[in-house]
Design a protein around this ligand. Structure first.
Ligand code: ZN
Length: 358
């Protein structure tokens, strides 16, 4: 009797232990099936911190634009003639945009303004011009600037347009009509120009060369390689090329579009749009690394400090070139743009997760 009872209680104990183990195991399996609750706020904070520490003092403008300032939210689908085209008196006052032109490298010149940039790469067979600013100031800044620097606008053989926004395509029609250079731009941006004739009034060049990823434009001894970096616009093109600093080759990465100028305030299509932008940042970062780029250029002084650096150049003496920041800093630019984009993308992912919760 005693033995039977003891045996029974042992059986019961064994059963209880097994049941407990089974319960634990199934709870564990359940936990594994259910995704762990993500801490979006922490992930967003980490992306922002990454961008902030990458920016240092070099890319504060890029950090401010992409991580801190409110974003435009959407794509511009208007087809209105800009006020400054309808009435040139409505153009911003000259003192708000005028800047002196500058010789930046042996064969590379700044012919932009305080806010927007235009650049001339000179070769023995003519000039490649990068970006053309606004219709109201391209004549004075680009043509006037070139003349001041001893360059002849008749030598412009190629005009490369990073993307079809009025602050970069503004002078293209005028240059095409007067000097007949070849115009190079991304396919989707050529489409945009044709789709919105009013928006591009006085600015739209006739369709010419369609830039594609890896395409090379060679003039004389210089080659500019195009990189398809959609995001800022659907056809944004960035460049890599080499310039000479007192005879020494220096490699440049030129970022064609920086701000989040796409639909970015709703998860669909914001999340996918941010991914296109992020992939483009990685693509150009990789090409910058592969070509040994130590200079990061942009079409806005806000992002590369061109306007300030041109003034530093005057006092350079035998010191380092203010634009030549080194390969590591060039990579840090892309950490800023990617980090800010990831933070904004995470905010949209968080929105989706919160609405999906019961
Ligand atoms: Zn733009």
């Amino acid at each position: 009797m005693m033995l039977t009872t003891r045996l029974a209680s042992l059986k019961l104990l064994t059963f209880a232990v097994f049941a407990a183990i089974a319960a634990l195991a199934s709870a564990d399996a359940l936990a594994q099936q259910r995704p762990a609750k993500r801490n979006f706020d922490a992930e967003i904070q980490a992306a922002l911190e990454g961008a902030k520490s990458a920016a240092g003092f070099e890319f504060l403008g890029t950090l401010a634009r992409n991580c801190l300032l409110p974003q435009s939210g959407g794509e511009d689908s208007r087809n209105d003639v800009p006020e400054y085209v309808k009435d040139p008196a409505k153009a911003p006052p000259r003192e708000s945009w005028y800047a002196e032109p500058a010789k930046v490298f042996d064969n590379f010149y700044f012919v932009g303004g305080k806010i927007h940039s235009s650049w001339a790469l000179t070769t023995k067979d003519g000039i490649l011009l990068l970006d053309t600013i606004y219709p109201y100031n391209s004549e004075e800044l680009i043509l006037g600037g070139m003349k001041k620097l001893g360059l002849d606008p008749k030598d412009i053989k190629y005009v490369l347009i990073s993307h079809a926004h009025n602050d970069h395509i503004g002078g293209a029609e005028m240059l095409q009509n007067r000097f007949h250079p070849r115009i190079v731009m991304g396919g989707p941006d050529w489409d945009m120009v044709e789709k919105f004739p009013n928006r591009y009034k006085t600015m739209a060049p006739k369709r010419d060369i369609v830039a594609t990823d890896g395409m090379k434009i060679t003039l004389g001894e210089s080659t500019v390689t195009m990189w398809f970096t959609p995001g800022h616009t659907p056809g944004t093109i960035s460049y890599t090329f080499t310039v000479l600093d007192r005879g020494k080759p220096v490699n440049v990465a030129y970022s064609g579009g920086t701000a989040f100028n796409f639909v970015n305030n709703t998860p669909d299509p914001g999340i996918a749009n941010f991914q296109i932008y992020i992939d483009s940042q990685r693509h150009l970062a990789e090409k910058a690394k592969a070509t040994g780029a130590t200079v990061l250029l942009s079409n806005h002084s806000e992002f590369d400090n061109a306007y300030n650096k041109n003034r530093m150049l005057a006092g350079r003496g035998s010191g380092p070139h203010p634009y030549d920041i080194g390969a590591e800093w060039v990579q840090r630019y892309f950490k800023v743009t990617e980090g800010c984009a990831r933070a904004a993308q995470l905010k949209l992912e968080q929105k989706v997760a919160e609405t999906a919760m019961p």
